[in-house]
Write a protein that binds this ligand. Structure first.
Ligand code: DGL
Length: 269
């Protein structure tokens, strides 16, 4: 393991590619190994116990690639199982909750922050706890928006149905007069435009993936693990189901071509 070793990133499926996109923008020379557990997605509605079991197995997949750090792109795993990953890996581990919470605290002048995510993420209160630990004066209002996940995968980015659903989900948050909203799910950055429209530009959106990329860049620099090579980096993608859908939808999430996607078999259901 050295500075040229890859960063390992895992997610429940395809959504973590928005985090990879943020990582490649912030650190264009880092090699990355990505694993998406497409055979068992979604994690959002599953029990904490099951998500913790999956997180352990996902970590083992990345460790086989001798990664220099692990980024847990999935908000649900970051919320309920980060300690599982940390215990298993001897390399630095970063979830998306703390960086997202930090960015929200910085951005919120009124100290009224909304958080949207999966049922698992919102009911864990992980964002609320992280934000209030950083600044106990901030009021946090959570809302699960599970339908955003299939809408983003379907590519219904500028669709009337998405706008209607967004209004329904976000209305209670506007009543709370939030000035900042954490996009606490890998898929939600895909729907930024419609969310901004529904909130009438009055609310700052926090992309947890972008905040995580920033924090990861600082961590690698601090630990002397930043890749100083200027060669074109190697991005390796693997999934647990057949790669067909992942490749098709994934390029929209990643913002570039995916290349060959590998399939990993043998994870238990
Ligand atoms: N990746 C998940 C998250 O960020 C969303 C999809 C799922 O439910 O697995 O929470």
């Amino acid at each position: 393991m050295n500075s040229e070793s890859p960063i390992g990133v895992f997610d429940s499926g395809i959504g973590g590619l928005t985090v990879v996109r943020a990582l490649t923008h912030r650190m264009p020379h880092e090699n990355i190994v990505y694993f998406g557990d497409t055979a068992r997605v979604p994690y959002g509605p599953k029990s904490t116990q099951v998500v913790r079991e999956y997180a352990a197995q996902d970590t083992d997949v990345l460790l086989e690639h001798h990664v220099k750090m692990i980024i847990v792109a999935c908000n649900t795993v970051s919320a309920v199982a980060l300690d599982v990953v940390q215990k298993r890996a001897k390399v630095p581990v970063m979830g998306v909750i703390l960086p997202g919470a930090g960015a929200a605290v910085k951005a919120s002048g009124k100290k009224r922050v909304g958080v949207i995510g999966t049922v698992g993420t919102i009911s864990s209160n992980a964002y609320t706890n992280a934000i209030r630990q950083l600044d106990p004066g901030v009021q946090v209002f959570g809302r699960a928006c599970p339908l955003f996940v299939p809408l983003a995968e379907e590519g219904w980015i500028d669709h009337k149905a998405t706008e209607l659903i967004a209004k329904e989900y976000l209305f209670p948050l506007t009543l709370e007069k939030i000035d900042t909203l954490v996009l606490g799910c890998t898929h939600y950055p895909i729907l930024k435009q419609v969310i901004t429209r529904v909130l009438h530009d009055a609310v700052t959106l926090i992309d947890s993936g972008e905040a995580t990329a920033e924090a990861a860049a600082l961590l690698l620099e601090e630990r002397g693990l930043k890749n100083t090579s200027t060669l074109k980096p190697n991005l390796r993608f693997s999934v647990s189901d057949v790669p067909h859908m992942f490749t098709e939808v994934g390029e929209r999430f990643l913002g570039q071509r995916l290349g060959k996607v590998h399939r990993i078999s043998g994870l238990s259901h």
